[in-house]
Ligand binder design. Structure first.
Ligand SMILES: Cc1cc2nc3c(=O)[nH]c(=O)nc-3n(C[C@H](O)[C@H](O)[C@H](O)COP(=O)(O)OP(=O)(O)OC[C@H]3O[C@@H](n4cnc5c(N)ncnc54)[C@H](O)[C@@H]3O)c2cc1C
Length: 494
């Protein structure tokens, strides 16, 4: 665990204890508000890490293990950032990241989980599907396969040809997919099937609107099919494990970062000031876009432009936990074909497939559809989902015993889910996001060569810790958990 009492907590406790002593003498007790406002003595760190998600924790772990004075400032009441799980009967369900993509030996996140003795699930089987048509009736796998074959034999080569053409202008997946639909010989039902195939293969995976996803960069973030596994008990266990013993100040919202040739000064909502020789900023791209944290001087134009234009999407989950399972428990996914590409209630992940004691279905929504659902109440979302499940499995489908609806766009410390390459984004845009600005270093999934993933976040933390250690000339240090070089880690990750 992280320190049970943060440094701020210790300071507040001392003030509080002193106030009690004074009060016992009959003098004025210090009111709580005044205690809260008491400034903490300034001390200089080697490194301040902003954000205790995977990137921040890994950077802090390496730098702390190398003997540097490091503190992590985290806005939430917990570490892990976009790794968070819901406790349910029989286990836990990830509300943020759930798959270790490329989950096999040599992948830094997989290796860290093994090292921490965490239990990994079997691999997700993306070909294990139960199909329903748009009205909720069982659908023919043979017809689905024909739509799939046309997509593979026409759309994919069509997009590959575009990518292979030097200087070809970028275009959206929507444009290419529409051209495919116009030229393909698909029955109306096969169009519905093509919609769900396109949606699951790209739109849902990349969490950006099909109208904004770049065709030139379509394979540069996440790709399917993939070797994906989950962690029993959820992903936060890995974050907790890696954060053990680190100096993390929870509930500490950073509002301003000032940097000069000599120093970095970080200011918080509570009025505290922290100074260090370097800071590693791991704020999610959504937070950088919103300007919630002020940089003084402002970030250079190239970085600001990259922050503005890199895609940042939305993936939300509606979790339904039941007493008994009424669905096709042998399938990894239940898919509902759709006459449009909204993906509304078209993907249900059967959690029970990988975790037999967890009787739950998790509906996945992305982009505009997810945003529309965020505008509804939990009850409205759950009712809509239950109506669809009853279309598929009949009126006797029982009420869920537990539900949860995520709202990652509304989350003030995430402001969305993860980055994607939007039309026109060059491949090296992540490098612009990663570029240091004087004493400010940048980590986090969007700065990684493997964006949109926990692995990318992890490797970006390694990268920036290495950068600081190299800058400081500390050539000989023990990593503890990290592979010997970022390049080696990237290669190992494939
Ligand atoms: C719903 C969902 C599903 C996903 N599924 C997968 C998946 O299956 N597999 C996969 O590999 N990836 C997945 N991802 C992406 C993955 O979760 C992220 O890439 C990764 O966790 C990002 O880590 P990070 O350290 O870069 O950012 P974060 O985890 O967001 O860490 C940044 C930290 O900064 C903190 N912070 C924000 N603002 C402030 C502030 N002002 N002051 C102080 N602290 C602040 C945040 O609270 C957070 O803890 C998913 C993400 C979401 C949201």
């Amino acid at each position: 665990m992280t320190h049970a009492l943060s440094r701020r907590g210790v300071a507040l406790w001392l003030v509080f204890a002193a106030s009690l002593a004074v009060a016992a003498d009959g003098a004025r007790a210090v009111p709580a508000a005044e205690v809260e406002a008491a400034p903490v003595a300034e001390e200089q760190y080697d490194v301040i890490i902003v954000g205790a998600g995977m990137a921040g924790i890994v950077a802090a772990r390496m730098l702390t293990d190398a003997g540097l004075r490091v503190t992590v400032l985290e806005a939430r009441e917990r570490v892990g950032g976009r790794l968070v799980a819901l406790q349910v009967p029989g286990g836990a369900i990830d509300q943020g990241a759930m798959w270790i993509h490329g989950g096999e030996a040599g992948n830094a996140v997989y290796d860290a989980a093994v090292e921490a003795n965490l239990t990994l699930s079997p691999r997700q089987n993306y070909g294990s599907l139960t199909l329903f048509d748009a009205q909720g009736a069982r659908s023919s796998p043979a017809s689905y396969l024909r739509a799939y074959t046309q997509l593979n034999s026409r759309l994919i080569p069509q997009m590959a040809a575009l990518r292979a053409t030097p200087g070809a202008p970028d275009t959206s997946l929507a444009a290419e997919y529409s051209a495919f639909l116009d030229s393909a010989t698909l029955s109306p039902q096969q169009v519905d099937q093509a919609n769900v195939i396109m949606h699951t293969r790209w739109q849902a995976l990349l969490n950006g609107n099909i109208t904004r996803l770049s065709v030139l960069r379509l394979n540069d973030a996440k790709v399917l099919p993939a070797v994906d596994v989950m962690l029993e008990g959820g992903m936060p266990a890995l974050a907790d494990e890696l954060a053990q013993g680190l100096d993390v100040l929870l509930d500490t919202v950073v509002t301003g970062i000032e940097h000069s040739a000599d120093l970095v000064v970080v200011r918080t909502e509570g009025g505290e000031t922290f100074t260090a020789k370097h800071a590693v900023v791991t704020l999610p791209l959504g937070l950088l876009k919103s300007g919630a944290v002020a940089f003084t001087p402002a970030l250079p134009e190239e970085k600001a432009a990259a922050i503005d234009s890199m895609g940042y999407g939305l993936l939300d989950k509606a979790i339904f936990v039941f007493n008994t399972s009424f669905w096709d428990t042998g399938s990894d996914f239940l898919l509902r074909e759709m006459p449009d590409w909204s993906g509304r209630w078209s993907v249900f992940l059967n959690y029970q497939k990988l975790f037999p004691s967890v009787k739950a279905l998790v509906a996945i929504h992305v982009a505009d559809t997810a945003l529309a659902l965020e505008g509804m109440s939990d009850d409205e979302v759950v009712d809509e989902g239950m109506a669809v499940l009853r279309q598929m499995y009949g009126p006797d489908v029982p009420e869920p015993i537990q539900t949860s609806v995520t709202r990652w766009a509304a989350d003030p410390f995430s402001a969305g889910s993860y980055s994607y390459f939007a039309v026109g984004n060059p491949r090296n845009m992540t490098r612009a996001l990663a570029a240091p600005v004087g004493r400010l270093l940048f980590a986090g999934e969007a700065t990684s060569d493997k964006p949109a993933s926990v692995l990318g976040a992890y490797l970006s933390g390694v990268r920036e810790a290495e950068r600081i250690l190299t800058l400081r000339g500390d050539g000989n240090y023990s990593y503890g958990l990290a592979p010997p070089s970022v390049e080696a880690a990237l290669q190992a990750a494939g």
